[in-house]
Design a protein around this ligand. Sequence first.
Ligand code: FAD
Length: 503
Amino acid sequence: MSGVKAQQISKVVIVGGGTAGWITAAAMARLLPSAIEIVLVESDAIGTVGVGEATIPQIRRLNGVLGLDEDDFVRKTRATFKLGIEFNNWGRRGDSYLHTFGDPGINLASLSFHQYWLKARAEGSDASLWDYSLHHKVAYANKFGRMERVGNTSMTGLAYAFHFDAGLYAAYLRHYAEKEGVKRIEGKINDVSLHGESGFIKSVGLESGQQVSGDLFIDCSGFRGLLINGSLGVGYQDWSKWLPCNRAVAVGSQRKNPLVPYTKATAHGAGWQWRIPLQHRTGNGHVFCDSFISVDEASDILLANLDAEAIGEPRPLGFTTGRREKFWKKNCVSIGLSSGFLEPLESTSIHLIQSNVSRLIELFPSAGFEPAIIEEYNRQVAHEYELVRDFLILHYHLTARDDTEFWRYCANMDVPDSLRAKMALFEAGGRLWKDAEDLFREASWVQVMIGQGLMPKGYHAMADRLSSDQLQRMMRDLKAIIAKAEGSLPSHADFIAAHCNAD
Ligand code: FAD
């Protein structure tokens, strides 16, 4: 006999059928050997959190792994395309900038474009950073198209994500996962049994009396963390002091034309409002902190700021920003809201689900629950959460707003050292220290920092390798190339009608 152990996981039980449960089920069914049985338990009576969801471009990798046909996916989930997020009233009331998924301009001789832009500004140009952004130009023309490269230049084309109907998305993935062999059990879990000595989870018991046993349990039960918290007692790190919003009210409204290819995030007095365009309606929600305004006041603000008639009444949701102390304990891994929530400002939740599922598959405990594997998983997930957390705090902290108690709190709060150092370095000369594991690219940080008023004191000396004439020519050429590329695209609505309309 060789020393190689047999596979020890023959059955995976996923608890919960929200976005987290069905993404996990679909990815595992696709990537794990079919000999591993996958069962998903969910309760229609409990329901899911899913509101109108916005995503980031990494979701296209998941779609690729699952082998989804993108047009079919967009059609079935009534999705629209997303090129970025428009932030209104964040740095100051009346301000607006677009955090685009693509890099403005073009990086030259390994120097980031914003350094050339800073040099041009120092020489008297009043052009904005976004005057050199293809995404900005296309988004505000309400256009869209799939474009890998810009013409025959070395400029990358359009990076995009989707806005979709969360309920339809879960249904789409459920259909996919069941076709791949996942077995769904409907029922409410009211009891969890542990193995006596090890404390590992043995089975979950349903109200009907049915027991569902397994080797590996994935807790996708939402905020309650039925297994990871309820049965295994893993606590929660509360990050409200940095991300104070703790409630949302959400409501749909009639579709508004033109169909814009971006999310809107408009700051109010004690939070912000999202606007997510779908093919058949618009998703809206007001995220706020209830220490500063009541649910009724938040609902009134939400309804007063819709751009079309509301469909139904605002639905309230509560949450605490933060993360689980551990994401994997014994034979239980938490994925989705059970593992933490960082509020929806940069649409990162679905991405965190996807990255944790892929990490779990990468570190799959084929030969047993080895501490080294569990520790590595917990380290990676905690780090990813912290990187995203800092990026979100930046939006609240980097503000000149002092018109409400909420904004005064955010502007003056103590931020993590990691973020403070990043902001100081950028201000000192436009440089960014980039963690290799950071989800957000340098251009994302640059856009939010500049968009909210943090202007570097100088620019990198390497930008002076271009003379003023060369720089002006480059900037002119870029604008012309971008205008030509934008001119070649159809409207966002026409693109959807031609490729992925559900009607
Ligand atoms: P849930 O949707 O809560 O699902 C939990 C599942 O567990 C359900 O199926 C439920 O039936 C089941 N369950 C629970 N208890 C039991 C039990 N006892 N027995 C049986 N089954 C049980 N993410 C984004 O990426 N983009 C966004 O724009 C975005 N916007 C958001 C806005 C708000 C206000 C909120 C709160 C979240 C937002 N999110 C967003 C996050 C996103 O909605 C969630 O990450 C995602 O829906 C995953 O949720 P989940 O599957 O973990 O939990």
